[in-house]
Design a protein. Structure first.
Lengths: 218, 361
C-alpha cells in the first residue's frame, strides 16, 4: 500500500465516523450528569453496610473484612450488643466501621470475606472529595437506612435512579453455594431491608440440572 | 488623503481585528466539535448553545490566571515572544480581501472601499515575510524559556520553518508568474469569470487551482507545516517535549500563542482560497437580488470556501499521526522542494512559449 493510498484510507476512516456521529449513530459517550449509564449488576462501587429485613444491622464486628483487605483501608472495632437494645442479631456488632476510599482498590475481597453479607458493593461511584479526611467513610455514611436505601448525595433534582442504588450484593448470587458458575436450587443468602430476599441474577439457571450438560446439549 | 481616508483605513483595520478575534473563538470551538465527532464523542456542549461559548470561557479563565515567570528566563525576549507571535498573525490577514469592494458616498464623494485591511503592491512578499516573522516568536520563546523542552521545540521550529518556507515560497512563484502581479486583489480579479484553456471555454470557474494544481498541493502541505499543525506539530509535540516552545508560558501569554496559532490557521486557509480558489469571487446575481444581498454574497462565498479548508485542517489533525523528524525533513527537502522547482520550470517554460512562441518557429 503506497503512502497516498494509506492517506486516503485513513482520511476515509475519520470521515465515516464523522458522518456517523453527525447523524447520531456513532456516538459512544453520554452527557454524563444528565444521562447516567446503566452499570453492570456486579459493579464494584462504593461499599454499603446492609441491614436485615427487620432493620437489624448485618455487621457483627468480626473484622474479617479488615483482615482480607489488601490495601489495609478498613478499620473495624466490634462491641458487645447492649442486651436491651441489640444492634445486630448475635453477640457483637460493628461499633466503629471506617473505609478509607482514597486507599480502597475496589477488589471486593472484603465482600467475599464477610460471613453475614453485611458489606457489599453498591452502584455509587461519585466519591470525589476536596480533602483527605472526607475520603474516609464512617459507619453512618456506609450504613443503609431502614428501607435499605444507601446513603447517597443525590438531591431531588438529580437524575439518579434510586432503584438502581439498591442493586447491591450481586457477587453472592454470581455463584451458587456449591461453587458452580450458575445458581442452582435453594437461595442461600439472607434477605435485606427494603428489598427482601434478592432473586438469582438474570441468566442464571434455577433448575437442578448441571448447566454444563445443558450447554453440551445446546 | 484627507481625514476621511484615514478614518476609513482605521475602520477597516478595526473590522479585520474584530473579525479575526471572532473567527478564533469560533474556530477553536469548531475544531473541538469536529474532532469530537470524528472520535464519536460529544465535545464541548455546556457553555451556550452547542457549547459555542466554550472558547470565550476558556479565554476568560486564561486571562485571570497567574502568569508564571520561571527564574531562568531571558526576561526581555521571554516577554516579547508572545507578542511577536500574535502581531504578525494579525498583520498577515490585513492584505487578504474577504469581500467585493463596495461604493459608498461619503462627504459628497463616491469612494470605493475594499474589504481588505490594505492592498499592498507587494502583497504576496508581505505575506511570506510575516509568516517568517511568526516563526521567530516560536524560536525565541523556545530559547528564552531557559528550559530544555522549549529549547528542543524551538530548534525543531527553526529547521521545520526553513524547510517549508522554501517550499511555500516556491509554490507561490507560479501564481505570481501566471497572474503577473503580487497584488492580492489583482490575483483575485484574475480568477473571476470562466476558465479558458487553449482558447476553449470550459464550464469551470477560472480558479488557479485548475491550472496550478501542483502548486496548490505543495502550498497546502507547506501551510500545514508552517502553522505547526498535525501531522507537522513536532514543535509542540505533547507526547515528546511536553508543550514544546510554550511549555513555560501560562495565563495570558500562553493565550497569545494559542490565539496566534488559530489566526494563522485561518489566514493560511484564507490564502489558499484567495490564491487558488478565486477568493471572494462567485455568482452574485447582480440586479436580480437586492443590492445589499448581492454585495454581501462574495463575503459569504469567501467564508464558505475558507470553511472547507478549516475542516480539512481539522480532518487532518483527527486522522494523521505525527511525522518522525527524518520523515519531516525528507518530505520537505526531497519531495516538496524538487517538485516545486520542476513545476516552476514547467510553468515558466509554458508561459514563455505563450508570450514569445516556440524558440524554433
Amino acid at each position: 500500500m503506497g503512502p497516498l493510498e494509506a492517506f486516503i484510507k485513513g482520511m476515509m476512516v475519520t470521515g465515516r465516523q464523522f458522518i456517523a456521529t453527525v447523524f447520531g449513530k456513532g456516538l459512544v459517550t453520554t452527557k454524563y450528569p444528565q444521562v447516567m449509564r446503566e452499570k453492570p449488576q456486579r459493579f464494584h462501587g462504593r461499599h454499603v453496610l446492609n441491614r436485615y429485613e427487620d432493620g437489624m444491622e448485618k455487621c457483627i464486628g468480626c473484622e474479617l473484612c479488615a483482615g482480607a483487605c489488601p490495601a489495609r483501608c478498613i478499620y473495624v472495632r466490634g462491641a458487645d450488643n447492649p442486651p436491651d437494645h441489640p444492634v445486630s442479631p448475635g453477640e457483637r456488632y460493628g461499633f466503629v466501621y471506617e473505609i478509607n476510599m482514597a486507599r480502597c482498590i475496589f477488589c471486593g475481597l472484603c465482600v467475599e470475606a464477610c460471613p453475614t453479607e453485611a458489606i457489599t458493593h453498591s452502584q455509587l461511584f461519585e466519591m470525589s472529595t476536596t480533602n483527605r479526611a472526607d475520603a474516609i467513610y464512617t459507619k453512618e455514611e456506609l450504613l443503609v437506612d431502614e428501607d435499605g436505601q444507601p446513603n447517597h448525595m443525590f438531591g431531588e433534582d438529580r437524575f439518579a435512579d434510586l432503584q438502581e442504588l439498591r442493586k447491591a450484593d450481586g457477587w453472592m448470587r454470581a455463584t451458587s453455594p456449591q461453587g458452580r458458575v450458575a445458581y442452582e436450587g435453594q437461595v442461600a443468602w439472607s434477605g435485606s431491608a427494603g428489598v427482601g430476599v434478592r432473586p438469582p441474577e438474570v441468566g442464571q439457571s434455577d433448575s437442578d440440572e448441571d448447566p454444563r450438560s445443558e450447554a453440551a446439549d445446546g | 488623503m484627507d481625514w476621511i481616508d484615514v478614518a476609513l483605513v482605521a475602520a477597516r483595520v478595526v473590522v479585520v481585528f474584530a473579525l479575526l478575534m471572532l473567527v478564533t473563538i469560533l474556530l477553536v470551538w469548531f475544531e473541538r466539535k469536529v474532532v469530537a465527532d470524528m472520535q464519536n464523542r460529544v465535545g464541548p456542549d455546556r457553555a451556550g448553545p452547542w457549547g459555542i461559548l466554550q472558547t470565550l470561557a476558556d479565554g476568560v479563565k486564561l486571562f485571570f490566571k497567574e502568569q508564571i515567570t520561571p527564574r531562568k528566563v531571558e526576561l526581555g525576549l521571554y516577554l516579547a515572544a508572545p507578542m511577536l507571535a500574535a502581531i504578525p498573525a494579525f498583520l498577515m490577514f490585513m492584505v487578504v480581501p474577504f469581500g467585493r469592494p463596495f461604493r459608498m458616498t461619503i462627504g459628497g464623494e463616491v469612494r470605493t472601499i475594499p474589504l481588505q485591511g490594505a492592498d499592498l503592491n507587494v502583497g504576496l512578499l508581505y505575506i511570506l515575510a510575516m509568516s517568517s516573522v511568526g516563526v521567530y516568536a516560536v524560536v525565541l520563546a523556545g530559547w528564552s524559556s531557559g528550559s530544555k523542552y522549549p529549547l528542543l521545540g524551538g530548534v525543531r521550529a527553526t529547521a521545520q520553518a526553513i524547510s517549508y518556507e522554501a517550499a511555500m515560497g516556491l509554490s507561490l512563484v507560479p501564481v505570481v508568474l501566471f497572474v503577473g502581479s503580487m497584488r492580492v486583489s489583482e490575483i483575485v480579479a484574475a480568477q473571476s469569470g470562466t476558465l479558458t484553456f487553449f482558447n476553449q471555454t470550459i464550464g469551470l470557474p477560472a480558479w488557479n487551482l485548475f491550472v496550478l494544481a501542483p502548486s496548490f498541493v505543495i502550498f497546502f502541505i507547506a501551510a500545514v507545516a508552517e502553522t505547526n499543525r498535525a501531522p507537522f506539530d513536532l514543535v509542540e509535540a505533547e507526547q515528546e517535549i511536553v508543550g514544546g516552545f510554550h511549555t513555560e508560558y501560562s495565563g495570558l501569554r500562553f493565550a497569545l500563542f494559542f490565539l496566534a496559532e488559530y489566526i494563522n490557521i485561518f489566514t493560511m486557509s484564507a490564502l489558499a482560497v484567495t490564491l487558488f480558489l478565486g477568493g471572494w469571487s462567485g455568482p452574485t446575481w447582480d440586479g436580480s437580488l437586492p443590492v445589499l444581498v448581492s454585495g454581501l454574497l462574495p463575503t459569504v462565498w469567501f467564508f464558505l470556501k475558507v470553511l472547507v479548508f478549516l475542516f480539512l485542517y481539522v480532518w487532518l489533525r483527527a486522522t494523521l499521526p505525527r511525522l518522525r523528524y527524518d520523515q519531516l525533513m525528507t518530505l520537505g527537502w526531497k519531495r516538496l522542494i524538487p517538485a516545486s522547482l520542476v513545476w516552476l520550470f514547467c510553468i515558466g517554460g509554458a508561459l514563455a512559449v505563450r508570450q514569445f512562441g516556440l524558440p524554433w518557429s
